[in-house]
Design a protein around this ligand. Structure first.
Ligand SMILES: Nc1ncnc2c1ncn2[C@@H]1O[C@H](COP(=O)(O)OP(=O)(O)OP(=O)(O)O)[C@@H](O)[C@H]1O
Length: 626
């Protein structure tokens, strides 16, 4: 492993694992009630019917199991009494019938419980996943920029959802074993009270071995986490579609394979080492458990020999002890599993609590429809964790029908400002108002509903070409001509008709019959999507960055047509396209440094004029080869 690769050494799920690695048996027990309560809540939310069914069937199976154990006394009592064999057998038959009946009932009820659990588990998983996704999409965009929040989300998604289901499964498993144990224990306590603590003693070494062996596993996970992360990164490079051309073009296949093999060797060696230690631990636990079990049976024999217990009761006790030890061992394992999954589940719960806390407020007031003016007053905004604001004290007013342009160097705050205008970010200071209504007091969805954006890197929705255009108004019933119109406006219609299934072509190479598009074609789709959305405020962030010269010219032509009756915000580095804008704002380190029409700014002879002249002269320079 690369010693300098610090970022690889600190796993994002370290917290839970570290806690698990330091877990003691008593710490596990203390957390148990809380975990059981969480499991119950989760199961109850997922399906009341199936939760009640599992609990009901398990309890009934436990009663059947106890009845079976008690009937053993009767059977043995009948068989061991004085008298001729047929009489003894006859005396044992009723208890024997109870025993067989109870066994059959126990199996039936156990199966019913398993069936109910089989229905409950996927519902728990579904509920957990839907809750996570619902909460994730409720937080505002700025929260997504917070790395801590994203880490928490990653943890919750990676292991939390799975853990939610497992917590419930292990809680049920624990419940089943506890009921079985209670059945065996109550029978033993009735037969002779001293046998009960001996039963616990017999199982302690196995419990200890289970916890120790699990801890060895967690520690191994901790040691290997960096190796795994690196291995995943490299194997993704080998297996993913995007890097596939470069993997081949640069002939790095062998290099990557060797590195993956080296990392796998490290992991495999560690697994083998730990597995030997685990087997040794379990063996020791089993040996100590054997001694304790031997002690229990010795006490039983002493009780029988000294006449403090009947032979029939002794036989039943022996049977109950063996059942009880089995159950107790299972209880130890269930507690251990429940605790382990509980740690990951706490990540899930923690994330849900955080997301609920950071959910965007949704006041009942709605934003004005088709605003006549959009006004920013002394707006300042910093990304979470950033040491300086991305937008500083910006004041500007946009009127309906206007096209304004934001220009400036990379990182000067143009995209951030556009997102503030669209209500995607909320200012830290200052206000964004539509027709005088402060957007902080209205439902953010009512703002966004009136905004269409063409992003710098538009999302490549892995949907059909049609859905890629209509997704911004997916709920609106639409006819094909309407979709085609938007596609023509965005200059996408021609290439769509050349796709294998035209508008129905799935735009993802990850699926059979899917097609991929070029960067420029994706961008044309994004422009078509914005046209189709038909919104009052249109924000175009480098809408033509990947377009060829003709397409760029056409798109700007259409954007100008679209501007009528709307407000258009244009962000671009190609200054020739902003000449016709009603106003140009020049940004520098988040602040507006120049503002005016193209002519005014040229006359000002500031940054804009310098940049414009630079770009224009690049085109006009005489060809040295000519
Ligand atoms: N999601 C983010 N989280 C943290 N900081 C960000 C984020 N997005 C942008 N920034 C920072 O905010 C500043 C402004 O970025 P912004 O994307 O608004 O600039 P821009 O003018 O649109 O740049 P470009 O011309 O390169 O698109 C930059 O310093 C950038 O590093």
């Amino acid at each position: 492993m690369d010693a300098g690769d610090d970022e690889l050494k600190v796993p994002y799920w370290l917290t839970a694992t570290a806690e698990a690695a330091n877990a003691t048996f008593w710490r596990m027990l203390r957390r148990l009630p809380h975990l059981l309560a969480q499991a119950w809540r989760l199961a109850w939310q997922a399906s009341r019917r199936h939760t009640l069914a599992v609990v009901g069937f398990e309890l009934a199976a436990g009663v059947a199991s106890a009845a079976g154990l008690v009937s053993v006394v009767g059977v043995l009592d009948g068989l061991l009494r004085e008298g001729p064999t047929p009489d003894r057998i006859r005396a044992a038959v009723p208890s024997l019938l109870v025993m067989v009946g109870a066994g059959a009932l126990h199996t039936l009820l156990g199966s019913a419980a398993t069936a109910a659990q089989g229905r409950l588990s996927p519902q728990v998983s579904q509920t957990a996943e839907m809750r996570l996704l619902d909460l994730t999409t409720r937080v505002d965009l700025a929260t997504f920029d917070d790395p801590d929040w994203r880490d928490a989300m990653q943890r919750a998604r990676d292991r939390g959802i799975d853990a939610a289901q497992r917590v419930v499964d292990h809680a049920i498993e624990l419940g089943t074993n506890l009921v079985g144990l209670a059945a065996a224990g109550s029978v033993l306590a009735v037969l002779h009270p001293v046998l009960l603590p001996l039963l616990v003693l017999a199982v302690l070494p196995t419990g200890w071995a289970a916890v120790r062996s699990a801890r060895l596993g967690y520690r191994q996970q901790l040691r290997l986490v960096a190796v795994w992360r690196r291995k995943w990164m490299l194997s993704d490079l080998l297996a993913d579609r995007e890097p596939a051309p470069e993997v081949r073009a640069f002939t790095v296949r062998r290099y990557l394979l060797t590195e993956v093999k080296r990392l796998l060797d490290v992991a495999t060696g560690e697994y083998m080492r730990v597995s030997t230690r685990q087997v040794r631990t379990n063996l020791m636990g089993a040996a100590l458990g054997g001694v304790a079990t031997g002690l229990t049976y010795t006490v039983l024999v002493v009780l029988l020999v000294t006449g403090r217990m009947e032979l029939a009761a002794g036989g039943a006790a022996a049977y109950a002890i063996s059942t009880g030890i089995g159950r107790l061992t299972q209880v130890a394992f269930s507690v251990n599993h429940l605790y382990e999954q509980g740690l990951y589940f706490s990540d899930y719960e923690g994330f849900c609590a955080l997301a609920t806390e950071r959910a965007e407020a949704t006041p009942p007031a709605r934003a004005p429809l088709g605003p006549g003016t959009i006004e920013l007053r002394e707006v300042t905004f910093a990304y979470p964790g950033a040491d300086r604001p991305a937008v500083r004290d910006v004041t500007l007013t946009l009127r309906r029908g206007e096209t304004i342009a934001l220009v400036g160097e990379n990182g000067s705050g143009k995209s951030t400002l556009a997102r503030l205008l669209a209500g995607l970010y909320h200012p830290d200071r200052g206000t964004v108002a539509w027709d005088g209504v402060d957007l902080s007091g209205v439902d953010p969805v009512s703002v966004r509903d009136q905004v269409a954006v063409v992003m710098q890197e538009p999302t490549r929705w892995p949907l059909s070409a049609r859905a890629n255009i209509t997704i911004g108004r997916y709920e609106r019933p639409t006819e094909q001509p309407e979709i085609e119109l938007a596609a023509r406006q965005g200059d996408a219609h021609d290439f769509i008709t050349e796709l294998p299934r035209q508008y129905d072509t799935l735009l993802s190479r990850h699926f059979t019959d899917g097609a991929d598009l070029s960067g420029g074609q994706w961008q044309r789709l994004a422009v078509s999507r914005a046209f189709f959305r038909d919104a009052a405020l249109l924000i175009c962030d480098e809408p033509t960055a990947n377009l060829d010269a003709r397409a760029e010219h056409d798109v700007y032509q259409r954007l100008r047509e679209l501007a009528a009756g709307r407000t258009v915000v244009l962000i671009t580095h190609r200054l020739a396209s902003v000449r016709d804008a009603d106003r140009v704002y020049v940004l520098d380190h988040g602040a507006v440094t120049e503002e005016g029409t193209h002519q005014e700014l040229m006359a000002l002879a500031g940054t804009y004029a310098t940049l414009f002249t630079l770009q224009a002269s690049a085109y006009q320079q005489p060809d040295p080869a000519a």
